[in-house]
Design a protein around this ligand. Sequence first.
Ligand code: SF4
Ligand code: SF4
Ligand code: SF4
Length: 251
Amino acid sequence: MGKLKVAFFDFTSCNGCLLSMINHPEFVEVVSHVELADFRLVRSLKVEGPFDVSFVEGYPGDSHEIERLKKIREQSNMLVALGACACTGSIQSIRNFFDLEEAANYVYKGVKKDIAEVKPLDAYVEVDFYLPGCPASGAEAVQTLKALLVGRKPEIPMHAVCVECKLRETECVLVQGIPCLGPVTRGGCGAPCPAAGYFCDGCRGPCSDPNVASEVEILRKLLGKEEIVRLFRRYASLKEAFKEVAEGKVE
Ligand code: SF4
Ligand code: SF4
Ligand code: SF4
């Protein structure tokens, strides 16, 4: 059997997820076992598809990128959404709550008109695996690539971030009166933010079966309605579980 043909693509994004993956200490070793087909950030090689696996960072920001994404999907046996932009729309999706033309003028000063509403990859194409996070975890990305190399299904957790706080014995910031989205957010990151004295602001999107009503009830003791809405808009306002609150439906 030949080497797996793997491509890495970036769409509208900050490249933080690809950098997080490249900077992982095992990345170079793991990637030496694949046929590198396309990777703009590393070197300019353009190998035509089909690809066994395509990692895609970012979201398609205009009609040209939407068409490019569809072509990549057609040429890829498996497609991995790398990072929050690709999985949920991430921080850019805040712009969906503003007038699109006004946002385009504000950012591009009238130069660029053709900007699309921010939507994750699966609004346009089928996605096989999701690697959430802003940025995505380099370790999780490398583990996923390793699993695909040996023909195994990658294990990407869906439990809440709180589980990982408990595992690393981090004192809960909620009990200190600091608002935290950890109870409704998908873990797998190792809960670094609460461990650093910050709070989880939900960069990995919703966990499986999140109790959003109970989370909002807790947050209401610490924050005003507007602040809660802004928190739920930050990374995953398009996900069904966060949608209602992100759209302002908070009692
Ligand atoms: S998910 Fe975050 S780090 Fe990754 S490309 Fe988007 S904005 Fe950058
Ligand atoms: S700090 Fe946040 S993520 Fe950690 S246990 Fe408390 S609520 Fe959960
Ligand atoms: S703790 Fe929350 S905000 Fe921090 S990396 Fe994990 S999911 Fe993202």
